[in-house]
Design a protein around this ligand. Structure first.
Ligand code: C2E
Ligand code: MG
Ligand code: MG
Ligand code: MG
Length: 280
């Protein structure tokens, strides 16, 4: 564009763009060294049965405490990791660490691990899963991988292939953030998901009596039942949201009301308490 076109905004706008690109470049550089510098950890968030409120599983969530930037939110660093394909080694680390931790838990407790499109489309992903299970000793049935519909956008065939390989190992597959992306019923017809995770925006909507949110959750729950899948409501924060979600018949609940993402030690302590409660 010509110099004149930008008008007065030209000077105000460009330095800001530079600052943004510069910050991102620095974050990317730091992220490249995060693994070797031991700056990554996993947090674990409980998922409970909607009726009994007993812990069914935990979702593993990456945390980055950078020496240079302090704690960086996943909303910021996961997209950078995906753009640079750093998510492939970082995601492998998370998968191995999650399996290793879950192997210490009671055998009815499962672990869910998020997987990005870049990982799913990597030819060696299925063998990485096999290796993570073998070295941790975790039974395949206790591992659930969470994917979003975005995995089908770039190379639907390849993604479907990897999904069926993972399924034949015995692992579960959850469709994450359902309703926010490119929700197509074709994905549900062509792939056997074990769980649909209903995005938090619908949970919030349902508690505010939004007719659209209520109708969509009802329809998703009915479809999941018919297709032999379970449903997890994401981001349940209040008693009101819990009541609504229970009425709508979701199978499982995840959210701050039952537990925030926590460290591995805390998760173990929570499981010990949950077991005591059952005995008592
Ligand atoms: P997600 O997989 O949908 O994970 C759920 C997010 O919702 C988490 O954010 C969690 O802390 C947050 N959350 C849970 N309950 C509540 C609630 O009651 N209220 C609210 N407001 N939020 C709640 P987090 O940990 O910041 O992670 C954000 C996203 O980053 C994840 O969304 C996932 O897409 C991605 N991510 C995190 N860890 C990994 C990983 O190991 N690999 C990959 N590929 N992506 C990851
Ligand atoms: Mg998830
Ligand atoms: Mg989600
Ligand atoms: Mg999400």
């Amino acid at each position: 564009r010509s110099k004149d076109e930008g008008g007065g905004s030209h000077f105000a706008y460009e330095p800001q763009m530079h600052a943004h690109a510069e910050e991102r470049r620095k974050l990317e550089f730091a992220l490249r060294h995060s693994l070797e510098r031991d700056e990554l950890t996993l947090a674990f968030q409980p998922v409970v049965d909607a009726t009994t409120e007993q812990i069914m599983s935990f979702e593993a969530l990456l945390r980055w405490n950078s020496a240079e930037f302090g704690p960086v939110s996943p909303a910021k660093f996961i997209p950078i990791a995906e753009d640079t394909r750093l998510i492939v080694p970082i995601g492998e680390w998370a998968l191995r660490r999650a399996c290793e931790e879950a192997a210490r838990w009671p055998s009815h407790i499962r672990i869910a691990v998020n997987v990005s499109a870049e990982q799913m489309l990597d030819a060696s992903f299925a063998s990485t899963v096999v290796s993570a299970l073998a070295s941790s000793g975790l039974a395949a049935e206790r591992l659930e991988l969470e994917v979003t519909e975005s995995i089908f956008l770039r190379d639907g065939g390849a993604a479907q292939n990897t999904l069926s390989q993972i399924q034949s190992l015995g692992c579960g597959i959850a469709l994450d953030d359902f309703g926010t992306g490119y929700s197509s019923l074709g994905y549900l017809r062509n792939n056997r998901f074990t769980t649909i995770k209903i995005d938090r925006s619908f949970v919030t909507g349902a508690a505010k009596d939004s007719p659209e949110s209520l109708a969509i959750i009802r329809a998703v729950v009915a479809m999941a039942d018919a297709l032999d899948m379970t449903t997890t409501a994401e981001g349940v924060e209040s008693e009101r949201e819990l009541d609504r979600i229970r009425q709508l018949g979701c199978t499982k609940i995840q959210g701050f009301l039952f537990g925030r993402p926590m460290g591995a030690m805390e998760a173990q302590a929570l499981l010990a308490r949950d077991a005591d409660r059952k005995i008592a």
